[in-house]
Write a protein that binds this ligand. Structure first.
Ligand code: FAD
Length: 463
C-alpha cells in the first residue's frame, strides 16, 4: 500500500455491498483513497424499486434523526432532494404513538424525521455516490472470498463472480470493507483462512413484518401524519404502523413478536390490524385501496458478531453495518447504527499516519462496541421485556425496566419528558439525560397516567 502525493491513505479500496452501509462507506472512503470500487451482487437500476439483495426495503424504514444528520453531512442537500420527490418531514408531534398502554402527549420536540420508502432513500443516496468521480460501481458481481498475503495475515483483494462468466480476482487492494449485511460470509471466509470462529450473540425474538402499500384515501382526515400502536409487554406482541411515503401513499406494517405473525391474505391482514391495542390502524386502512401486494419478512432477532473479541484478525479488512450488528428493526436503528460505524471508520482513517493503513483493522474492530453500545442496549432492553425472550438479563435490568415504564407513563402528559425521550430515541442525546435531576424527581413522584389510554388518536374519516 502506498499513499500518494495528494495525501490519500491508499490507492484502492473495495466495498462489498451497496445498501446503506456500503453506500455511506464508499462516500467516506472516496476522501481517503484514489479509487473506490463498490461491488454489488444485484443489478443496480436507476430507480427506487426493491431488489433481491435488500428485500427488507419493501417494509417501513424509520430514519432516526442522528442517522439523517450524518447523511446530511455526507451528502449536503440530500433531504431537500428527497422532499422534492415526496419525502415527508415529520415532527414527533405529527405522530400518534400508542406506547405502554397510552398515547404519548403530542409535544413539539424539535426532532425531525423524514418519511419515505426505503427504496427512494437508497436511490437518492446511490445517485450521490455514483456521481463521485473516484467511485466505480460494479453491479451483478458477487464476492466469493478474500485474497490474502501468503501468511494470511493481510487481506489484499477479493474473488469475484459474475453470472455466466469465469471467476476473476481484484488484487493489490489497500482496504476491503465488508458491508454485505446480515448474510455476510466473512465468518466462514476467515475460518477457511485459519482464523478462529467469530463469537456471535442472538437475542431471539422471532419478529415478522407483514406490510402493504395503500393509496392514502383522499377523504382521510386525521390529526397524525403517521401512527404507531406498540405492543405492551409482557402480554402484547402485536405492533401496527402507518407511514406516509411518496406518491401520496401509506406504507402499513403489522409486526408481531415471538411468532405472533400477521397473515398475508387480505382478510387476515385486516383482522390482525383490528386486533391491535387501538383501532386507529384498522380504521385508516379498512376502506383504503391497496397499491401493492402484502409482503412479509421474518427476522430471527438482534444479532451481533463480536469481531472485537477475536484473538486474531487480518490487517486491511473492516466489517461493518448489519454484517456486524443486525438489530430488531422495530426500534428503527439499523441505518443509523450503520452510519455511526461508518463515521467511526472515517475517524479511524483520519487518525492514521499519512500513507499508512497499518493497525487500522485492529483499531476499528476494537472500537466498534463503543458505537453499538447504545443501540444494542436500547433494543435488548425492549426485547427482554417480553418474558419469553431467552437470555440472561443484565445487572440492573429490573430497575431499568421499571424506570423506562415510568418514563413512558410520564410521556402520556409531560411534554418535557417526551422531548427528552425523543432526543434519546433518535440517538441525538445520551440516555443519561433521562436521569437528569428534573426528570428523576418526576419519575420518583409519578402517579399512573390518567385519561388518555382509552381514547383514540384523533383519526377520523370525513364523509
Ligand atoms: C423488515 C426490516 C425493517 C427494517 N426497518 C428499519 C428501520 O425502520 N430503520 C432502520 O434504520 N433500519 C431498519 N432495518 C435495518 C436496515 O435495513 C439495515 O440496517 C440497513 O439496510 C443497513 O444494512 P447493510 O447495508 O449493512 O446491509 P443490507 O441492507 O443487508 O445490504 C447488504 C448488501 O450487500 C449485498 N451483498 C450481499 N452479499 C454480497 C456479496 N457476496 N457480494 C456482493 N454484494 C453482496 C446485498 O445484495 C445488499 O445490497 C430494517 C430491517 C428489516 C429486515
Amino acid at each position: 500500500m502506498s499513499g500518494d502525493a495528494k495525501g490519500k491513505l491508499g490507492k484502492h479500496a473495495v466495498v462489498l455491498g451497496s445498501s446503506m452501509a456500503g453506500l455511506l462507506t464508499a462516500r467516506v472512503l472516496s476522501d481517503q483513497f484514489e479509487k473506490v470500487t463498490l461491488i454489488e451482487r444485484d443489478e443496480l437500476r436507476d430507480d427506487p424499486e426493491p431488489r433481491k439483495g435488500t428485500p427488507q426495503i419493501q417494509h417501513p424504514h424509520v430514519l432516526l434523526a442522528k442517522g439523517a444528520q450524518i447523511m446530511a453531512e455526507l451528502f449536503p442537500g440530500l433531504f431537500e432532494d428527497l422532499v422534492a420527490v415526496g419525502s415527508t418531514p415529520a415532527e414527533m408531534s405529527d405522530a400518534a404513538w400508542f406506547h405502554s398502554g397510552h398515547w404519548l402527549v403530542r409535544a413539539k420536540t424539535g426532532v425531525i424525521a423524514y418519511s419515505q420508502s426505503r427504496g427512494l432513500l437508497d436511490w437518492k443516496v446511490r445517485q450521490r455516490v455514483r456521481a463521485l468521480p473516484n467511485v466505480e460501481v460494479m453491479d451483478r458481481c458477487e464476492v466469493k472470498g478474500y485474497l490474502t498475503t501468503p501468511d494470511n495475515t493481510r487481506v489484499t483483494g477479493v474473488q469475484l463472480h459474475r453470472k455466466g462468466e469465469a471467476e476473476t480476482t481484484l488484487d493489490g487492494v489497500d482496504l476491503v470493507v465488508d458491508a454485505s449485511g446480515r448474510g455476510s460470509q466473512t465468518p466462514q471466509w476467515l475460518e477457511q483462512l485459519g482464523y478462529p470462529r467469530v463469537p456471535q450473540t442472538l437475542i431471539k425474538t422471532d419478529v415478522c413484518y407483514t406490510s402493504r402499500i395503500f393509496h392514502r384515501p383522499k377523504n382521510h382526515q386525521a390529526n397524525w401524519l403517521m401512527v404507531a400502536i406498540y405492543a405492551e409487554p409482557p402480554h402484547g406482541k402485536r405492533v401496527g404502523m402507518v407511514f406516509p411515503i411518496e406518491k401520496d401513499r401509506w406504507l402499513v406494517t403489522l409486526a408481531g413478536y415471538l411468532k405472533d405473525h400477521a397473515p398475508t391474505d387480505d382478510a387476515g391482514f385486516l383482522e390482525y390490524a383490528r386486533s391491535l391495542a387501538r383501532p386507529d390502524v384498522y380504521d385508516a386502512i379498512k376502506d383504503a385501496e391497496p397499491a401493492g401486494p402484502i409482503v412479509q419478512h421474518k427476522i430471527p432477532g438482534s444479532q451481533r458478531r463480536h469481531y472485537d473479541q477475536m484473538s486474531r484478525f487480518p490487517e486491511h479488512l473492516v466489517v461493518l453495518g448489519d454484517a456486524v450488528c443486525s438489530l430488531n428493526p422495530l426500534y428503527g436503528q439499523g441505518m443509523t447504527s450503520a452510519a455511526l460505524q461508518v463515521m467511526l471508520l472515517d475517524k479511524c482513517l483520519r487518525n492514521q499516519p499519512p500513507g499508512s493503513l497499518t493497525g487500522l483493522a485492529q483499531r476499528f474492530r476494537k472500537q466498534v462496541p463503543s458505537v453499538l453500545l447504545l443501540p444494542w442496549m436500547m433494543a435488548m432492553s425492549q426485547d427482554m421485556s417480553h418474558p419469553e425472550v431467552e437470555g440472561a438479563r443484565p445487572p440492573g435490568f429490573g430497575f431499568m425496566s421499571w424506570y423506562t415504564k415510568q418514563i413512558m407513563s410520564l410521556a402520556a402528559h409531560d411534554e418535557d419528558v417526551v422531548r427528552s425521550f425523543a432526543n434519546v430515541q433518535h440517538m441525538l442525546k445520551s440516555p443519561a439525560t433521562l436521569f437528569s435531576p428534573g426528570i428523576l424527581w418526576r419519575v420518583l413522584t409519578a402517579r399512573p397516567p390518567e385519561g388518555n389510554s382509552a381514547g383514540v388518536s384523533g383519526a377520523s374519516h370525513s364523509s
